[in-house]
Design a protein around this ligand. Structure first.
Ligand code: PGA
Length: 260
């Protein structure tokens, strides 16, 4: 056991308008509150599209819900002529405590390089938003370089050169496991998380190596416990299954499946 608080994150991707977002957050929080969820012991966060952040913020504040709010992306720039982008100061005003950076869909469809990811991490740090830095290998990289090489290199690249490292989270998501139904085994997730942690320790010291490391890729209520049994894996980043309040609350209550 570690003293890291497990983190259960729901990446909604480009799904749900703001009215549907309100309904889902309400249902999720009511379901977890009814089940006496201890939000301090297992942190739960949702990452809706930008268009829902203001509604989600208002709802969470009005109802005093304890779910955390995150954004799916952040601009590397402060302000100005960057059509379509959303800045860290705008996100901080919306009480976004977390932001996904470098998700494989952004790396793949929006050509986000390690340099862009690094600049976005700097923007998040600047505004006191905790980056959830996504790393992971493609099937081809898995075959040619093994499982840990790419995620470790992407982690180091995202964190290098910052004056000071603020709080951050690493989400290990093998690209071949995202939205495919193909899941890494708990042992594979554990091994890569351990390799990332060792690299963090070696490059950035003991404190950095205590960052939370998540697994993501086809996580469901019926397979989550396997991943979280490992002391190396501190939570999960969930895509598809986070769009269903029952399923996502089942994932958040993973401890009921773990015999401690
Ligand atoms: P998935 O997505 O759970 O639908 O596989 C995970 C992610 O992309 O974060």
């Amino acid at each position: 056991m570690t003293n890291r608080v497990p983190f259960i994150a729901g990446n909604w991707k480009m799904n749900l308008d703001h009215l549907q977002a309100i309904a889902l957050i309400q249902k999720l929080c009511w379901t977890l509150n009814d089940a006496d969820h201890d939000w301090g012991k297992v942190e739960v966060a949702v990452f809706p599209p930008f268009t829902s952040l203001r509604s989600a913020q208002t709802l969470i504040e009005a109802e005093r819900f304890e779910v955390r709010l995150g954004a799916q992306d952040i601009s590397a720039h402060e302000s100005g002529a960057f059509t379509g982008e959303v800045s860290g100061s705008m996100l901080a005003k919306l009480d976004a405590k977390y932001v996904l950076i470098g998700h494989s869909e952004r790396r793949q469809y929006h050509s986000e390089t390690d340099e862009i990811v690094n600049a976005k991490v700097a923007a998040a740090f600047k505004h006191g938003i905790t980056p959830v830095i996504c790393v992971g290998e493609t099937l081809e990289e898995l075959e040619t370089q093994g499982q840990s090489a790419v995620p470790v290199a992407q982690t180091i690249a995202a964190l290098s050169g910052h004056d000071k490292l603020s709080d951050f989270i690493i989400a290990y998501e093998p690209v071949w496991a995202i939205g495919t139904g193909k899941v890494a085994t708990p042992k594979e997730a554990e091994d890569v998380a351990a390799a990332i942690r060792a690299a963090l320790r070696e490059n950035y010291g003991e404190e950095a190596s205590n960052a939370r490391i998540l697994y993501g890729g086809s996580v469901k209520a019926n397979n989550v416990a396997g991943f979280l049994q490992s002391p190396e894996v501190d939570g999960v980043l969930v895509g598809g299954a986070s769009l269903d309040a029952e399923e996502f609350s089942g994932i958040s209550r993973f401890q009921k499946h773990i015999v401690l």
